[in-house]
Design a protein around this ligand. Structure first.
Ligand code: IMP
Ligand code: MG
Length: 175
């Protein structure tokens, strides 16, 4: 299958994804029994994971959507990331961040710190995919659908230069 200039091959089927998400949800339902967590989906990539995971959650819970805006700070040399779109009070909440994929871990590490600064009681991460070998920061991803090698993948919300998010299965770059 071709997206832009690259060939991709099927890697994880939609059946396997939904089976795995059900297991992740079951664990969250168990761990957060008697709590009412606030799920926060990190856009754009996680909108499909969030929709499917959230429908398996049986807890009294809310969901919110945020974006991470990257902008280049002229003063410092690094890429500064900023959280936009959050309207809910976070103080004293049990927050579960939903990500499509954790790669270097920088995005989710920054998000975790932001939510802690806003006074969250707890912050955990639920990611459909996790590339442990690519991790560059100290981060604990509590709920993981699939641990994968450092491959480039698309589908099920994940894109290659804007395309491929609507694919039902996950594809990897053809080796
Ligand atoms: P991190 O901050 O390096 O963990 O980057 C995470 C973000 O990079 C994800 O939310 C994705 O948007 C993007 N990303 C990382 N790996 C892939 C991939 O294999 N395919 C598509 N997007 C990816
Ligand atoms: Mg993303």
């Amino acid at each position: 299958m071709k997206i832009h200039d690259k060939e991709f091959v099927k890697y994880i089927t939609s059946d396997k994804i939904s089976e795995t998400l059900k297991k992740v949800a079951l664990q969250i339902n168990k761990d957060y029994k008697e709590k009412n967590p606030l799920f926060v989906s990190i856009l754009n990539g996680s909108f499909i994971v969030a929709a499917d995971l959230f429908r398996e959650i049986t807890l009294e819970s809310e969901i919110s959507f945020v974006k991470v805006a990257s902008y280049h700070d002229m003063e410092s040399s690094g890429d500064v990331k900023k959280l936009i779109g959050l309207n809910e009070p976070i103080f004293n909440r049990d927050v579960i961040l939903i990500e499509d994929i954790v790669d270097s871990g920088r995005t989710i590490k920054k998000m975790t710190e932001e939510f802690k600064e806003l006074g969250a009681k707890s912050v955990e991460v639920a990611a459909l995919l996790f590339k442990p070998e690519s991790l560059l920061v100290d981060l604990n991803v509590k709920y993981v659908g699939f641990e994968i090698p450092p491959l480039f993948v698309v589908g099920y919300g994940l894109d290659y230069n804007g395309l491929g998010r609507n694919l039902k299965d996950i594809y990897q770059l053809k080796p």
